[in-house]
Design a protein around this ligand. Structure first.
Ligand code: TRP
Length: 449
């Protein structure tokens, strides 16, 4: 009864595909197209890619299944979901802290995510107003050198995110992902084919897929693991929150496989679209966050109809970013509105204001604060990225795995996954109980102790 009531207050997805599209919309975003290629580039390529894939499979996937189980069983926002399931399992309600840490991580992530997505929006604007995007090779530097400019687009992006989340899950989120996600997929395939023909494809293949483990450090492991959590939207409650809206008759495990595969596919396609061009133009693969913004421009500059395809690419990238950013805001907003203190709309506005302010630091880190380091030798944006992706997400994910593996009542799990005697179930169980927590623990241990 209680569950029914809560579900009603947020609305539920209609049909099986809405969950898959929304979760894929959450997973596929800047992390795949902006983050994955540049992180693979700065970490030497193949070995990073391989470790990343390993993390997706043995850590990410089991945790994704766990998040959906908790979310759907509870039908609430992550904080209340953790609390409710812990109580139903006769455990301490302190487990709700996992939900709180997730909301905190979401705020940190969205603050810089929005600045980067703002750059995409700015590129679209330039494409339609000046002489086109492609005219200047220094486009990226000129975009990031002005704080006002970055802040303006950051503002627009946050407002868009807040508007969709205020409209609610069903009307706001469900509708737009249906058309735009498939479009993004097609455009990525087109870009890969273009790069295959016009770029240095063989060098890109060996860069991405011929691993050289000699330079792998504990930092590489941590970064690859952080990227896996980030890309799959795990460890902070996005997927848990979306799981709460998943129809009861939908298969959790199959859905997780689908989402994780699509996400990984898009990241690999992004790498295969970007690196052949990087090598063909003798650009540096390890140039950092500007990689996609610089290399893609070189490609659009050269290609026929580049004036058209360029803006289209950034439009789709912005949409992918938007379908991710809403899932970063949703857990916090769902919590506040569920508690009945604030309406969905006011919750969205208040949290967004916090995020906007924090985002200023990331906008400045490209210009007036470029010499200011917050954590170690990391500027403001990199520090937010580090704190969220490499600490909070893996920590949250590890706790979720431990909770589901060791503390959650088995009968509750059973009611969500159905059969519990299949090989697949036993494998999953083994992974959440032992493999995922130990791997995260090991990587933390190597890096920090
Ligand atoms: N996965 C998204 C991307 O790759 C970003 C994202 C959405 C996210 N929700 C999240 C990252 C939750 C971490 C946690 O762009």
């Amino acid at each position: 009864m209680e569950i029914q009531k809560q579900l009603k207050s947020h609305g539920a997805w209609i049909g099986k595909w809405t969950f898959i599209l929304a979760a894929t919309g959450s997973a596929v975003g800047l992390g795949n197209i902006w983050g994955f290629p540049y992180k693979a580039g700065t970490n030497g390529g193949g070995a990073f890619v391989l470790i990343y894939l390993g993390c997706i499979l043995i850590i990410g996937l089991p945790i994704m299944i766990s998040e959906i189980i908790i979310g759907r069983r509870a039908g609430n926002s992550p904080i209340n979901a953790m609390k409710k399931i812990a109580i139903e399992s006769n455990r301490s309600s302190i487990w709700q802290l996992v939900g709180w840490s997730g909301i905190f991580a979401g705020i940190l992530i969205l603050s810089f995510y929005s600045v980067i997505a703002g750059i995409c929006l700015n590129y679209i604007f330039i494409a339609f107003t000046s002489n086109g995007l492609i005219s200047s090779p220094d486009q990226f530097s000129s975009v990031i050198s002005s704080p006002i400019n970055l802040i303006a687009w950051h503002t627009i992006f946050i407002v868009l995110t807040a508007l969709i989340v205020s409209a609610g899950v069903k009307d706001g989120i469900g509708r737009m992902v249906k058309i735009l996600m498939p479009m993004l997929g097609f455009l990525m395939i087109f870009m890969v084919v273009y790069s295959m023909i016009n770029g240095n494809f063989s060098q890109a293949m060996s860069f991405l897929f011929a691993p050289d483990f000699s330079n792998v450090t504990s930092d590489t492991l941590l970064q690859a693991m952080g990227q896996a959590f980030f890309s799959l939207s795990l460890g902070m409650g996005s997927i848990m929150a979306y799981g709460a809206y998943m129809p009861k008759n939908q298969n959790v495990v199959n859905s997780s496989f689908t989402v994780a595969s699509l996400d990984t596919l898009i990241a690999i396609l992004a790498g295969l679209a970007i690196f052949p061009i990087i090598f063909a133009f003798n650009l540096e693969p390890n140039s950092g966050p500007g990689l996609v913004f610089v290399s893609m421009l070189s490609a659009f500059n050269q290609m026929q109809f580049g004036q058209l395809i360029g803006p289209l690419f950034f439009i789709l990238l912005s949409v992918a970013a938007l379908s991710s950013s809403i899932s970063l805001l949703e857990p916090g907003v769902a919590y506040l509105s569920e508690e009945g203190v604030l309406s969905r709309k006011s919750s969205a506005i208040i949290i967004s204001i916090f995020i906007w302010i924090l985002g200023l630091g990331s906008a400045f880190s490209f210009n007036i604060w470029s010499d200011f380091n917050l954590i170690g030798n990391k500027n403001f944006l990199d520090s937010m990225d580090f704190l969220a992706n490499q600490i909070l997400l893996p920590l949250g994910g590890m706790l979720i795995a431990i909770f589901v593996g060791w503390y959650m009542d088995k009968s509750l799990i059973k009611s969500e996954v159905g059969v519990t005697n299949s090989l697949l179930y036993r494998m999953w169980r083994f992974f959440v109980k032992f493999v995922a927590p130990l791997c995260v623990g090991y990587i933390f241990y190597r890096q920090f102790f």
